[in-house]
Design a protein around this ligand. Structure first.
Ligand code: GLP
Length: 264
């Protein structure tokens, strides 16, 4: 894992936006894996600004979102489809027909999961997968105990996740307790994975992901197995790392290597 520790959430968003901008300028037909939650909002804002400034285009891009609440259709204000439209897709030059979010209103959710996997494979697989992390170490909606090679499927949400996400729902509004989510195996198949985390409420999950054992009890620890995982965090989210100075040192050395390679 490449561990990048930055000062604050603004720097984390800008670093993430740089990765996505470089990817789109390298391959205008990239397949992007996208995420919801409050963490990627600033990154999406940066991408919108760069797109409007003509720094890159989403015209040839296809996107696949990680997850969706089962039981909400895309017009529901708390659906992840609605989140993606309002936070990103409505403001960039992407073709909406090329944006995919698992269908929360699928009549047959099991076959919808298989179809989602098939669609990703048909498009040639995901180039970069964006991730946030839950306080319990979940990625997508892969809650603790998720199989480390799991594929897109229906998952039951933990009480902790339901409580964390309750802030988005009205007091008497129906809040789903099931989801459709890419599996950990699906995520690990992406060519590159970029996980963003900010704030001290993520510090325990970040510590377990980076320094804990590879375990289904912390689904994000599966990224230890990925060949190109970049973990971009602020100092608050990094605050419980035991070996933080070593990670800063590796990254400084990495920067020097990149500068040298660029000079060749
Ligand atoms: C939800 C999403 C995850 C996301 C997590 C953290 O549960 N399914 O993909 O990473 O929330 O969200 P936030 O960024 O708001 O802390």
């Amino acid at each position: 894992m490449q561990i990048v520790i930055l000062n604050d959430a603004t720097e984390v968003a800008a670093y993430g936006a740089d990765i996505f901008t470089a990817q789109l300028n390298k391959n205008a037909n990239s397949i992007l894996g996208l995420a919801t939650g409050s963490t990627p909002v600033a990154l999406y804002q940066a991408l919108i600004e760069r797109n409007k400034a003509g720094e890159m285009s989403f015209k040839g891009v296809t996107s696949f979102n990680l997850d969706e609440y089962l039981g909400l259709d895309g017009s529901h204000l708390q659906s992840y489809r609605h989140f993606m439209n309002s936070q990103l897709f409505d403001h960039i030059d992407i073709d909406n027909a090329n944006t995919f979010v698992p269908p929360g209103d699928a009549k047959n959710p099991i076959s919808a999961c298989h179809e989602y996997e098939e669609k990703i494979a048909q498009k040639g697989g995901i180039d970069i997968q964006l991730l946030g992390i839950g306080r319990n170490g979940h990625i997508g909606f892969n809650e603790p105990s998720s199989g480390l090679t799991s594929r897109t499927r229906v998952k039951t949400l933990t009480k902790a996740t339901i409580d964390d996400n309750a802030r988005f729902f009205g007091a008497d509004e129906y809040q789903p307790h099931l989801s459709i989510t890419m599996g950990i195996g699906t995520i690990l198949d992406a060519k590159k994975v970029v996980l963003l985390a900010t704030g001290d409420n993520k510090a325990d999950a970040i510590q377990a992901m980076i320094e804990g054992p590879l375990t289904a009890a912390c689904p994000a620890s599966a990224l230890q197995m990925h060949r190109d995982a970049v973990i971009v965090i602020d100092t608050a989210a990094a605050s419980k790392l035991k070996d933080i100075e070593f990670y800063r040192h590796i990254e400084a050395e990495n920067q020097k290597l990149q500068a040298y390679l660029a000079s060749l």
